[in-house]
Design a protein around this ligand. Sequence first.
Ligand SMILES: [Zn+2]
Length: 158
Amino acid sequence: MRVGHGYDVHRLVAGRPLVLGGVVVPSEVGLDGHSDADVLTHAIIDALLGAAALGDIGSHFPDTDEEWRGADSLDLLRTVVKRLGDAGFRVGNVDATVVLQRPKLRPYVDAMRETLAAGLGVSLNRVSVKATTGEGMGFVGTGEGAAAHAVALIEEDR
Ligand SMILES: [Zn+2]
């Protein structure tokens, strides 16, 4: 078994959808970035790649590459799971925390877990998503951006 950690941040701006864990959350602001800027899925991708020592999201999907402009991060997640599989690993479980001041994410957490579990190819009870705020402090608390943390356990498939 191997463990990996992922962390990501994106800026919140008007005129963009707020996509978290593949779920569009109703919001006046959304995350800015080259892809759909799904900060939660990006942190999970980095945790998976980290566990396998296969680099990071930027090395697999460069933001200088037009191919990934506006990319659905769930597609990137599925690609990473396949690359892990090719390297002899399968996903054990994932635990992640989104840090966002508003809106409240609790009503959407189960949909995120279901979407991520499908993308990861694992059962729902192997995917945990938690949400917290910045308590009004720092770039999260002021609504400037959002962050996500994730850990992933992968198993050598032999
Ligand atoms: Zn990102």
